[in-house]
Design a protein around this ligand. Structure first.
Ligand code: ATP
Ligand code: MG
Length: 565
């Protein structure tokens, strides 16, 4: 591609509204441009990358036996009413009306449409298993679109759906997709982790996320330093280690004036926070609940909501506390009002703990579960901390940030049941399909790739998804240089090397800076000094390593470029 004829521009300045490096670099390299909040144009440079990512995804899904289809972006409300999600999907679902006042949605995902297809055409067990996919534009009216293509409102997703006769077959289809995802993300060159995910919201039994490791990632992931255990912090658990064999001592009251936080109490009583019980009052769907945690732990609201099956969880209001006779800062489970008490499982093991006495300025010490207070349910509801113990081995857990690029689910019969679709099994009995669903964010992959691979000068594309493999530059106006660069360009084209040829009438400094900014894996630099000495310089963007090729060894250079990965 001749740069002089290409739709090509770069910007020297970072866009003001971009917070993260990938967003800045995508705008500066003409990868994309914004149309409206969370809505973008993919310009030629970016479009090439998007198409490359899609190609890898297609190749691996086809190889795994999935079949590509295309479903509409606009979906009738009727399907969403059948699944029940018309009433439950929040404001991310953009609802629109047509001229006949009919209700439609802009598809944020396609479980309803695909389940309807399966119901119509997959009638017998003989037609199963079946996995269908599409690569298509989705719309989600995200509350906070940000970070460019990482969290946009309109975005391209690959979504796949599997249909199976039973649990065993569903698990097999799931494994196949999981393996295909590993191949996809390996080919893209990511450093990533597959983590257990929380599948509560969408239902189903098993769910994993593919997380690209990057500091800007919006997800927190927990992984073990010694074994393979890895989970989204929302789903992660840790091993209980605080087992005390001390014997129970008599309960006592301690004066704790102006000590309304765990920190203040632990300082005042000179005890460590782990030995105190933290008491939190919440309202879950309106019901007041007392929640107990070790003083050093934080509550995972999401885990608690899932355990309670609650839709809404808020801190209890002051009026509620007043009504129950509770005093903020001095609450505790001993002599508590008659309400439900939920405790983290660590509380069961605590011996001779401290907690609020439900009296202003006082705490109890030597408090013990069973003897001094009751608990209705013990759940794992604490957030994991760095250094907690792995639930599967003796190792320590650490917390990292990740970008979720893919998500796979076993849905079981959630949609086939709610939409009442099924097939006839071997014995002629009608059964609901067991389904899986599998998403990949195409645009988010591009942002994640840049987050993991850039330097102060610009992007460093992995060869597999680079817009062009090679950037050929001619520096200066010397005829010999221009002629040689032209010759190289036509030889590269003949050899099928994707080349961006900087034939622009621009200063060398600008060409070199643009070359680093756009970050093609290889640059071939044709300058006057080189030509005079009989050598051409090839540079690897990732390592900065330089190679020299004799002007008579174009074949050797082409061979090397072709083999470079
Ligand atoms: P998130 O938790 O980041 O909102 P999600 O769980 O809603 O993601 P899924 O419904 O599983 O995402 O969608 C499948 C994939 O689509 C995600 O793994 C992600 O790569 C991509 N994706 C989801 N929402 C967006 C978005 N707003 N912008 C870009 N990509 C997205
Ligand atoms: Mg989302």
């Amino acid at each position: 591609m001749r740069q002089s004829e290409y739709f090509f521009y770069t910007l020297r300045e970072d866009p003001k509204d971009a917070e993260i490096i990938s967003h800045k670099l995508m705008i500066r390299t003409g990868f994309m441009s914004q149309v409206s909040s969370g809505i973008y144009n993919y310009l030629p440079m970016g479009n090439r990358v998007i198409l490359k990512i899609e190609k890898i995804v297609r190749e691996e899904l086809d190889a795994a036996g999935a079949h590509e289809i295309t479903m509409p972006m606009i979906q009738p409300a009727e399907l969403w009413k059948r699944s029940g999600r018309w009433d439950h999907y929040g404001k991310e679902l953009l609802r629109v009306k047509d001229r006949k006042d009919g209700d439609y949605v802009l598809g944020p995902t396609h479980e309803e449409v695909i389940t309807d297809i399966a119901g119509k055409f997959l009638r017998s067990y003989k037609q199963l298993p079946q996995t269908l996919y599409q690569i298509q534009t989705k719309f989600r009216d995200e509350i906070r679109p940000r970070f460019g293509l990482m969290r946009s409102r309109e975005f391209i997703m690959k979504d796949a759906y599997s249909f199976d006769i039973d649990n065993e077959a569903m698990t097999k289809s799931y494994r196949k997709m999981r393996d295909a995802y590993i191949k996809i993300f390996d080919r893209i060159g990511f450093r990533y982790k597959i983590v257990k995910a929380d599948s509560g919201a969408i239902g189903g039994s098993m769910s994993e996320e593919f997380m690209v490791l990057a500091d800007v990632g919006e997800d927190k992931i927990v992984s073990c330093e010694s074994c393979d255990y890895a989970a989204n912090i929302e789903a992660a658990v840790s091993k209980q280690t605080t087992k005390s064999c001390r014997s129970e001592m008599p309960i006592e009251t301690a004066e704790t004036p102006n000590c309304k936080t765990i920190e203040a109490v632990s300082k005042f009583l000179t005890v460590s926070p782990e030995t105190l019980i933290k008491t939190i009052m919440v309202e879950a769907d309106g019901e007041p609940i007392m929640v107990l945690l070790a003083g050093s732990d934080m509550l995972s609201e999401l885990k608690l909501m899932r355990k309670l099956g609650a839709k809404d969880l808020v801190p209890a209001s002051e009026e509620q506390l007043l009504k129950l006779g509770l005093i903020a800062g001095y609450m505790g489970p001993v002599n508590a009002p008659d309400i439900r008490i939920i405790a983290d499982s660590s509380i069961k093991e605590m011996k001779n703990a401290g907690c609020g006495a439900n009296i202003e300025g006082k705490h109890f010490i030597n408090v013990n579960y069973g003897r001094d207070f009751k608990v209705d349910d013990f759940f794992d509801i604490r957030n994991i901390k760095d250094g907690d113990s792995c639930p599967e081995c003796e190792g320590k857990l650490k917390i990292m940030s990740g970008i979720e690029v893919g998500h796979i689910f076993q849905l079981n019969d959630k949609y086939s049941k709610s939409m009442n679709v099924g097939f006839l099994d071997r014995s002629g009995r009608r059964r609901h399909f067991l389904m899986g669903c599998y998403g990949i964010g195409i645009g988010r992959i591009a942002t994640a790739a840049i987050e993991q691979s850039h330097d102060d000068y610009g992007i460093i594309w992995q060869t597999s998804i680079a817009p062009f493999k090679t950037n050929l530059l001619s520096l200066g106006k010397d005829d010999e240089v221009l002629n040689f660069a032209e010759k190289l360009y036509s030889r590269f084209e003949e050899a099928g090397i994707e080349t961006l040829y900087d034939d622009r009438d621009e200063r060398a400094g600008i060409k070199l800076a643009d070359n680093d900014l756009i970050g093609c894996p290889i640059s071939i630099i044709v300058g006057k000094r080189g030509i005079k000495s009989g050598y051409i310089e090839a540079k690897i963007r990732r390592t900065g390593e330089k190679k020299q090729y004799s002007v008579d060894d174009i074949d050797g250079m082409i061979e090397w470029i072709k083999n470079y990965r």
